[in-house]
Ligand binder design. Structure first.
Ligand code: SAM
Length: 234
């Protein structure tokens, strides 16, 4: 059997991804005292080293795809900084049998990273053209365990609930109660909270077996606001 040799372009992208992963590891060390995660799990870092971020950014941004920073994806939205994607993924403690809800599909990149680690990802996007594009790219890359839905993620996705983990990648003014309700006992939610002009906080919300929640602040962050009728209300 013959194996196709990787092209020069593929090798360059693999090298750029490896550099990005090294930068993520360095940032994790630098922020470890605040986040409680000075070293991200091997499986999370392997997923960051595998998912082709260049497929999730517009052609004009291709050369920046492996820079450790957010990039525009159209419709006034962004693909998050790779370090933040890795941090949020690591905070979720993803397990291979988990079902995960993402609110804010955007490009679909975060969903792809999660899809490398868990059994099923349901992701909701309020901007229809972004959802369509993300669904197409995820399909082309063979991610069969991701379902992209169009809608207001404030209300979660009751039909697929409860979830082992929930990740929110746009900032509401407060943690949406429907998302807490759709988290399994023992489940974890990672969510930025705060107004667009405030310093937002990246929160880790854990639901105890008795249904009560504990919340821990990790880092100050800057996300686009959660839109829709309910996201901005306190
Ligand atoms: N996770 C994305 C990725 O990997 O590219 C980045 C998400 S981007 C920072 C935030 C996304 O949340 C935007 O695409 C925005 O349209 C979406 N969004 C904002 N409010 C929403 C809502 N109420 N329900 C669902 N999606 C929402």
């Amino acid at each position: 059997m013959t194996h196709a040799q990787p092209s020069e372009a593929q090798e360059q992208r693999a090298a750029a991804r490896a550099r990005m992963v090294a930068e993520i590891a360095a940032m994790a060390r630098d922020t470890g005292a605040e986040t409680g995660r000075p070293r991200f799990g091997d499986a999370v870092m392997a997923a960051m080293g595998k998912v082709p971020r260049h497929r999730f950014v517009p052609a004009l941004e291709d050369i920046f795809a492996y820079d450790n920073r957010p990039l525009p994806i159209g419709e006034g939205q962004t693909i998050s900084q790779p370090y933040i994607v890795a941090l949020m993924t690591d905070l979720l403690d993803p397990k291979s049998a988990d079902t995960v809800l993402e609110v804010g599909t955007g490009s679909g990149y975060q969903a792809a990273v999660l899809a490398e680690l868990v059994a099923k990802v349901t992701t909701i996007e309020i901007v229809e053209p972004l959802a369509r594009r993300a669904r197409q790219v995820l399909g082309e890359l063979g991610y069969r365990n991701v379902e992209v839905r169009v809608g207001d993620g404030y209300g979660g996705w009751p039909a697929a609930a409860p979830f082992d983990a929930i990740i929110v990648t746009a900032a509401p003014a407060a943690v949406p109660q429907p998302l807490i309700d759709q988290l399994k006992p023992g489940g974890r939610m990672v969510i930025p909270v705060g107004g667009p002009s405030d310093v937002q906080q990246l929160l880790l919300v854990e639901k105890q077996l008795d249904g009560r929640t504990t919340t821990r602040r990790t880092l100050p962050v800057r996300f686009v606001p959660l839109t829709g009728d309910r996201g901005r209300k306190q």
